[in-house]
Design a protein around this ligand. Structure first.
Ligand code: MG
Length: 302
């Protein structure tokens, strides 16, 4: 099952797609068949649906033919990020693919030369997630080294505290794609990553959330990025240093991960700072992040 957020008639609507046929149903119209499907937004849906989601939705889907006007074509609607306003900062993993560690360290030893087995976590402020197709601002005059990072995004579905690695994936609501856009000069100047990754417009998310049951093995997904059609990153989630389950277990040892928490699980090699010489995104470029089984997240730079 895929969940989208779209702007329809100037209103934010949740869409649900049961099949990969380009069609989806407007959730607020399905709610007329079951009041349990009445959600304020995606955060509300994630919090309320938890385990029952599949059963409720499938029951409603059987009747959906009787509900005219609930169906839309995904290529005819204006998509927003599936979670437009994350309730908390996104939790990011730094340097979570070995090959990216090597290229980052080559670019700036003092900022990125970290060789350790324990994961690196940091926050990324997202006042409003950037929609598929929406422009990423280039901040000319402030940012001179605008970079992309294609990442698997994990959405937590129920409160996780002290969970084991074995049970960790039971707490996942679904998966999405996050472009962890980064201003390398701001990262380096402040000697931490928070500000340089938290500028408005620096977090494209989408195009959808694939619910956890739709991904057979989260550690076996091809992950790529393209700039102006040129393949830049080309890896697989099997090369993560800290797996999704390990990260959830690790984070939850002292911190409760609330429903709707977004974890960006790090990026593989091939970002702009890893190229020789480094190659930054600029106005007019188009960046695409792609993950097998989830889709493509495309954004122009403005
Ligand atoms: Mg990142």
């Amino acid at each position: 099952m895929r969940l989208y957020t779209a702007e329809i008639n100037n209103k934010e609507e949740i869409l649900v797609a049961f099949y990969d046929d380009g069609c989806a149903y407007i959730m607020s119209k399905l709610a007329k068949l079951s009041s349990e499907l009445d959600f304020v937004d995606m955060n509300d849906l994630i919090e309320k649906m938890a385990a029952e989601k599949e059963a409720i939705l499938k029951a409603v889907a059987k009747n959906v033919d009787s509900l005219s006007g609930a169906e839309v074509k995904l290529d005819e609607v204006k998509l927003l990020a599936p979670i437009v306003r994350p309730r908390q900062d996104v939790i990011c993993l730094g340097i979570n693919y070995r090959d990216h560690q090597a290229e980052a360290s080559r670019f700036s030893k003092e900022s990125f030369d970290v060789k350790k087995d324990d994961a690196i976590y940091f926050g990324k402020r997202v006042n409003r997630a950037t929609a598929p197709g929406e422009a990423i601002p280039s901040y000319e005059g402030y940012v001179d080294s605008l970079d992309y990072e294609s990442e698997l995004g994990v959405i937590i579905g129920k409160a996780a505290k002290n969970v084991s690695v074995e049970n960790a994936l039971d707490y996942v609501f679904g998966y999405t794609i996050v472009n962890d856009v980064s201003a390398r000069n701001v990262q380096r100047r402040h000697q931490q990553w928070y500000l340089g990754k938290s500028l408005d417009g620096f977090t494209p998310i989408g195009p959808c959330i694939v619910t956890a049951d739709g991904i057979a093995d989260v550690q076996a997904l091809d992950i790529k990025s393209f700039v102006n059609g040129e393949l830049r990153q080309n890896s697989n989630t099997r090369y993560m240093i800290t797996t999704v389950a390990e990260a959830i277990a690790d984070l939850s040892q002292g911190m409760t991960l609330l429903p709707g928490t977004i974890i960006a699980t790090g990026t593989p090699a091939g970002v702009g700072m890893g190229m020789q010489p480094p190659c930054w995104m600029k106005k007019g470029d188009v960046v695409v992040c792609e993950i097998e089984g989830i889709g493509r997240l495309e954004n122009p730079i403005d």
